[in-house]
Design a protein around this ligand. Sequence first.
Ligand code: 5GP
Length: 208
Amino acid sequence: MKLNERGLLIVISGPSGVGKGTVRKALFELGKHNLEYSVSMTTRPPREGEKDGVDYYFVSREEFEQRIKEGKFLEYAEFVGNYYGTPLDYVEESLAKGKEVVLEIEVQGALQVREKMPDAVFIFIAPPSRQALRERLMKRATEPEEVINQRMEKAEREIHMAYKYDYIVVNDTVENAADRIMAIIRAEHARTERTIQKYMKMLELEVE
Ligand code: 5GP
């Protein structure tokens, strides 16, 4: 398969509590593009309602560390005491088939992908205000206060990384954020460097 037929890798990232997961789900519900979600692996225990293989692949610490040694992650990070990582094979195979792969990952992981796959599209989901971010973190009643405080501190540090991304999307409403991401994906498809070879071939012209 030719390089220009490789799929697009879309990295959705941003601080903890900004609503990345909800925005990602809304994006998939728009159903307007052939997007594939890369299910991450984690050592965090499942929350109520979460399904293995759908929300995450839930594994033990030993298993995760074994996979790190075997080089099976495109990126991984330790986040508030648990490992999270993107399985490399799935991403590689899907991109090779020309699919659009969406990762929803925290900031350290996104920066690793930036190094390894610089032609991916990096989107930073930002909170509409500081207060909104704090309120969102407080509402996560599933977690003890100590974890919430750790996440708030971490979120503040992560927001400083926004300048490393290609796009910033403010999550004022989930629908708006999902629409903006879809607009970005469409625009990225029209980028000259992504389309020139295919287009020239279509017109039976040489690329200069
Ligand atoms: P949660 O425990 O709330 O599901 O996720 C915690 C954080 O880990 C979120 O910011 C989420 O986006 C991020 N995350 C989920 N999967 C991955 C992954 O594969 N790699 C990295 N680096 N972060 C991930």
